[in-house]
Write a protein that binds this ligand. Sequence first.
Ligand code: HEC
Length: 128
Amino acid sequence: MQTGCSSCHNGINVGGQGVIERPGATLLPASDKGRYAVTKAASDEYLLRAAPLRNVTLRAPYFHSGQVWSLQQAVGVMGEIQLGIELSDKEKNDIVAFLNSLTGQLPKIEYPKLPTRTDATPPPSLGR
Ligand code: HEC
């Protein structure tokens, strides 16, 4: 909160809202202009979703481009690009430790076992 991360990453999932901040050139996927691809409105260029940080430790690689594998590096990038500050190693480690605390247990999902398909299986109904 003191560093300013929570101005974008906030709420129940510690993120999930959209913000207009252009990522650095090395992380920018050349063909991905964010929401602009859908709306074609100039104001939506590079409007990307501020990723929710809940369970973030389980989700490398980071950012839309998937260019960053280390959470420590992702935190450093955020400091530089979104906040214009250079975080010390200690600050980055402290934030990573906090992000680790956002990792919870994922629910176990059991998929139903469907019967094997044979020639006698009726084709899918198209709802008519
Ligand atoms: C101005 C808004 C803004 C601020 C401030 C901000 N972020 Fe972000 N953050 C974003 C956006 C937008 C993305 C998604 C970027 C992308 O996917 O390319 C993101 C992505 C991330 C990711 C990668 C998540 C993933 O699943 O890929 C991490 C980790 C992260 N932010 C941590 C931080 C930390 C730590 C701070 C404070 C040092 C911070 N952010 C400050 C907007 C912000």
